[in-house]
Structure formats: C-alpha cells, structure tokens
Write a protein that binds this ligand. Structure first.
Ligand code: GLN
Length: 288
C-alpha cells in the first residue's frame, strides 16, 4: 500500500477500510479500527481523540503488514492474538480454534444445572484455547476442571490462558486423544463437555478461506460424517460417569447433527432426559 508522508490516523484508517472493502473483507471499517488500535496500543476512545494527528511513523510498517495480511484472509484474531469469549480475553493462534460466540450457549446450558451438582468434576474434551474449560472454572468456583487435548501446542495455549485468567490452580491439563487420558487416570467426571472437531472431512475444503487455511484442521475435521468424536465419547460415557449421583454430557454440534448426536446420548442412558438448544440461526447447536 502506498501512503503519503503526513497521513493522519483518520486517513490511514480510511485507506485500510477501503482496501478491505476491495478485498471483500466483511466489516471493513471494524477490521481497520481493531488493527489500528492493536498496532498503536490504544483503545477506541484514544483513537477517536487522536483522529487528526499524524499517523506515528514508527508504527507505519507494522500497520501496513497487518492490513495486508488481513486482506489475504488471515483472521483478525491471529493478528491481535486474542478473542473474547464469555466476556473474557483468550489468547489464540493458529494452534487452536478461535472461540465462537455459539459456544457460549454450551456454557449457559451447563451453568443452568449448577443446583443439581455439588462441587463437580468437569472434563472438557478437546479444549483448544481452553475457552470452555476455563470459563466453566471461573463461572463455577466449586467445580474442578480437567481439560484434555491431543495437541501439545493447544494445551500450552490453554495453560497460558489459565494463568492469565488466574484459574490455573483449579484446572488440570492432560494430553491425549479424546477420552483416553480420562480413562487411563480412572477419573469419573460428573460433567463431560466438548466442542470437538465436527466438520465432515469432505466439507473441510469448502470452509471459508479464513477458517480452511488458518485454523487447525485437527480442530475441524470430525471424520467421514463429522460424528466420529461424538461416537467415541458417547460409547465411553458409562465408563466415564460416576456410578451414582447426577451426571451430564453437553456437546456443541454442527449443522444437521443435532438429532444423530441426541440419539447417541440416549442410547447410553438408563434414565434421564436429553435436549437440543438452538442457536440464533435456529440451528440445533447444543445437545445435552
Ligand atoms: N464452528 C466451527 C466452524 O464452523 C467448527 C468448530 C468445530 O468443528 N468444532 O468453523
């Protein structure tokens, strides 16, 4: 991108926003503002106050690089290094799925059951950034949480987030495939939660470029029909849950997977109920 020497912050913002528009980036103005605030290390109010000031010379190159990467489809969150989830900031990178707003529905569904459990052990399968595990630990101070991921890089990110959010003492991190580390340890969690990879393998290529080329395939590809992780977890539920007392499982699922996954849970139940929570698009998103 070319730029005049005495460009103001307002002009730099306008130019970045136009560039995003041409590149087909959604919410061009918002993206330009967030990157500018990130590069200059200022909040939105500061940015507005400084609108007419010259763009600081020493930050020009960094801003140009960030804008150009965003134009090529690098997710905004990879450029700022963060995503907010349930009102808290989480570090993210290409090693973890960027937390999505729909996943907050899973948190809410689990928290609705607070009265039924006394200091439960909660297991989060495929924790990624730790968004689910750490949010539950923070929102439910009596709970103990175990977070599992197959990816050591994801676990490192989740640990970093646990330290940042001050909850590292109540969350344990285990490396391994799905429920394997839980079974090995003989843990009996009252509550099992997961937002596993659920995109059918063949559909992974059709994903948005930003997702397909920048988010970990390991966190997206759920096998032939996308249901592989749910099959494995559901099959082991009788071995995971405590022998008596209340128990719960809650999953995030992809589009059109709600009924199949509900049936998988039902098949393992001797008593109790199941349900589906729709997201704001009407897609059955959380199965419990
Ligand atoms: N919701 C993600 C997407 O559509 C997929 C997350 C997942 O597979 N768990 O990109």
């Amino acid at each position: 991108m070319s730029h005049g020497t005495h460009e103001t912050i307002r002009e730099a913002l306008f130019r970045a926003s136009r560039f995003f528009e041409i590149k087909g980036v959604r919410s061009p103005q918002f993206n330009a503002e967030v990157l500018l605030q990130h590069v200059l290390g200022i909040d939105r109010t500061k940015m507005l106050v400084r609108f007419q000031e010259p763009f600081p010379e020493e930050h020009r190159a960094a801003f140009a690089t960030a804008v150009s990467k965003r134009g090529e489809g690098v997710p905004l969150q990879h450029l700022t290094g963060e995503q907010e989830f349930y009102g808290r900031p989480f570090y993210v990178s290409g090693d973890v799925l960027i937390p999505r707003p729909e996943t907050e529905l899973l948190i809410e569904r689990v928290l609705q059951e607070r009265a039924a459990f006394d200091a439960p052990l909660i297991v989060d399968i495929g924790t990624g950034s730790g968004a689910i595990a750490l949010t539950l630990a923070l929102e439910w101070p009596e709970a103990t949480v175990v977070a599992v991921d197959i990816s050591p890089a994801a676990l490192a990110m989740a640990r970093r987030n646990a330290e940042r959010l001050g909850v590292a003492d109540r969350v344990e991190f285990l490396q391994g495939d799905l429920v394997a580390p839980i079974l090995e340890r003989g843990l009996r969690p009252q509550i099992v939660v997961s937002n596993p990879p659920y995109i059918p393998t063949a559909d992974c290529e059709e994903l948005d470029v930003e997702v397909r080329d920048h988010e970990p395939r390991l966190a997206l590809d759920g096998g032939d029909d996308g249901l592989y992780p749910y099959r494995v977890i559901c099959r082991e539920l009788p071995k995971l849950w405590p022998v008596d007392g209340p128990a719960m499982v809650a999953y995030e699922v992809g589009i059109h997977q709600d009924q199949d996954v509900e049936a998988m849970i039902s098949a393992e139940l001797t008593s109790g109920e199941t349900g589906i929570v729709p997201d704001w698009q009407g897609i059955g998103r959380v199965i419990w």
